[in-house]
Design a protein around this ligand. Structure first.
Ligand code: FE
Ligand code: ZN
Ligand code: FE
Length: 168
């Protein structure tokens, strides 16, 4: 598709986010399974549900614009998620893994926060009022997820990774 207008670029951008969210729903369960922290597991599981809703919101926006979600692949998200997956494959000490999982997840959230921020700015310029509301709800969830991860890291998980591994 040739991008002739900001509207085309907006749709293109939403298709990218749509792909990113879909990829995230495949990785979050693996991250929830990999952590040994019940709080972190809960945060991942909760965000999985939110992510599923975010996908539905995007589908609503596409429907309203009478455009298709397309089959674009978000390579940025693919790369971020691959890095997270390869960390798990290295089988780090469990506290070290938890600190690393938070780091990976926060990079994902920041990417999404940036993507939704741009989408909202363009939706405002284009006058797509319903899209703005839907995208803002998702942006709020991404910000809250990022803050929750920050709180978990600073509330003990980073400190536990600093301490020597417990002998069992
Ligand atoms: Fe998301
Ligand atoms: Zn992307
Ligand atoms: Fe997210």
């Amino acid at each position: 598709m040739k991008l002739e207008s900001l509207e085309d670029l907006f749709v293109h951008h939403l298709q990218d986010i749509y792909s990113a969210e879909k990829q995230i729903t495949r990785e979050l369960p693996k991250m929830a399974k990999a952590t040994s922290s019940p709080d972190l597991e809960k945060a991942f599981t909760k965000h999985l549900k939110e992510t599923e809703n975010q996908i539905k919101r995007l589908e609503k926006v596409f429907k309203q614009l009478d455009r298709s979600p397309g089959r674009k692949k978000c390579k940025g998200m693919e790369g971020l998620l691959e890095e997270g997956a390869s960390l798990i494959e290295e089988e780090p000490e469990e506290n070290v893994l938890d600190a690393g999982l938070i780091s990976s997840a926060q990079r994902v959230e920041h990417y999404e926060i940036s993507a939704y921020g741009t989408a909202i700015a363009w939706a405002e310029l284009l006058g797509y009022d319903v899209a703005i509301g839907l995208l803002e709800q998702s942006l709020e969830e991404e910000s809250a997820a990022n803050e929750k991860l920050n709180a978990l890291a600073e509330g003990g998980i980073n400190q536990e990774a600093l301490e020597p591994a417990s002998v069992e």
